[in-house]
Design a protein around this ligand. Structure first.
Ligand SMILES: [Zn+2]
Length: 282
C-alpha cells in the first residue's frame, strides 16, 4: 500500500545535504547539521531534508500541480537544521515557496564559490575581517666586531689566534618579513600593531596611521632581530642556522583593526615553542 506522504529517498536527502555542505540553508542560521557523536563509530545529524511544498495534501505549501515524482525530487527539498525546519512549517505566511527556493539557491551558490576558490569555511565567515600574521625569514648576517681579549696570551700582550676558531665579538642579525594577511572577505581598517610582554623585535616597520588591508590581501612589514655574542665563528654559524632564533620564542604581538562600521577586532600573534605561529582572534 502506498503511503499518502511523498517522502524523499535516502539518496535524495543525502544529495540535498551535500549540496549545501551539511549547513542549514537558512541564511540567518547556517548551523552545522552533522558532527561527531560520543560513539566513535557514529556521527550526529540534526539536519532535515524539508519539503518546499508539502509531502501530503494537508501539509504546508502543498502544491496540487506536482505529481508524486516531482514532490519527492531534489527540486522540492531544502536542507535545514531541525529548528529551522520546524519554523518554516509553523509560519507558512512568512516562509513562502519563493523564499525557500531563494534560500536554497543562495546556500548552494555560497558553497560553490567556496569550493572553487578553495577558501576554508572556518576562515571566511560572516563575522567581519580576520587578520593573521606570519613571520618569514628572509636572510641573516653576522658582523665581525673584533677579536675578543680572550684570545690574548698574557705573556707578550700579543694576540694569539686559537686554532682556526678565534673568539670574536659577533653581531648576529636576522631579517624577516612580518606579513599581515587579511584572511577574510571583509576589508580591515586602521590596522595597528604593538608588542605584548617583554620579547620584542629589534625593529619593525611602522604602519601608516591611516591604512587598510583589502579582503584576501597581505601587507608586508620588515622586522629585524639581533644580539652580540663573544664566541667562535662556529658558534655564530650554529645560532644563525635557527631561522627563528630561540630568543624570539614566546614573542607576542597584538594586531588591532576595525571593520567598515568601525567595530574593533584583535588578533593575538604568538611564536610558539616549536617556532610555529599562532593567531587567535578575539
Ligand atoms: Zn537552521
Amino acid at each position: 500500500m502506498k503511503s499518502n506522504r511523498d517522502d524523499f529517498t535516502k539518496p535524495t536527502k543525502c544529495n540535498l545535504a551535500k549540496r549545501v555542505g551539511y549547513l542549514c540553508s537558512n541564511p540567518e542560521c547556517r548551523r552545522h547539521t552533522v558532527g561527531p557523536n560520543e560513539n566513535p563509530d557514529k556521527s550526529t545529524n540534526i539536519g532535515i531534508a524539508a519539503h518546499i511544498t508539502a509531502a501530503s495534501a494537508n501539509g504546508p505549501r502543498y502544491d496540487n500541480n506536482l505529481d508524486d515524482e516531482e514532490r519527492t525530487s531534489s527540486e522540492n527539498g531544502i536542507w535545514l537544521c531541525s529548528n529551522c525546519a520546524t519554523l518554516i512549517d509553523r509560519d507558512i505566511d512568512n516562509y513562502s515557496v519563493i523564499l525557500l527556493k531563494q534560500w536554497k539557491e543562495d546556500a548552494e551558490k555560497e558553497l560553490y564559490e567556496k569550493l572553487v576558490s578553495g577558501v576554508t569555511s572556518s576562515r571566511v565567515d560572516n563575522s567581519g575581517p580576520f587578520l593573521e600574521a606570519d613571520l618569514i625569514w628572509t636572510h641573516n648576517i653576522r658582523f665581525n666586531k673584533g677579536f675578543s681579549p680572550k684570545n690574548r696570551k698574557e705573556k707578550n700582550e700579543e694576540i694569539i689566534l686559537i686554532g682556526a676558531n678565534p673568539i670574536v665579538f659577533w653581531e648576529l642579525k636576522w631579517y624577516f618579513t612580518f606579513k599581515i594577511y587579511n584572511n577574510s572577505s571583509f576589508p580591515a581598517f586602521n590596522v595597528s600593531i604593538k608588542s605584548k610582554g617583554d620579547k620584542n623585535f629589534k625593529s619593525i616597520s611602522e604602519l601608516p596611521r591611516i591604512n587598510n588591508i583589502p579582503a584576501l590581501s597581505p601587507i608586508d612589514l620588515k622586522a629585524t632581530y639581533g644580539y652580540m655574542i663573544e664566541d667562535t665563528g662556529r658558534e655564530a654559524s650554529k645560532r644563525l642556522r635557527q631561522l627563528i632564533p630561540e630568543e624570539l620564542i614566546g614573542l607576542e604581538m597584538e594586531i588591532n583593526y576595525q571593520d567598515e562600521s568601525r567595530n574593533d577586532y584583535l588578533t593575538t600573534f604568538k611564536i610558539l615553542e616549536n617556532g610555529e605561529i599562532e593567531n587567535l582572534r578575539k
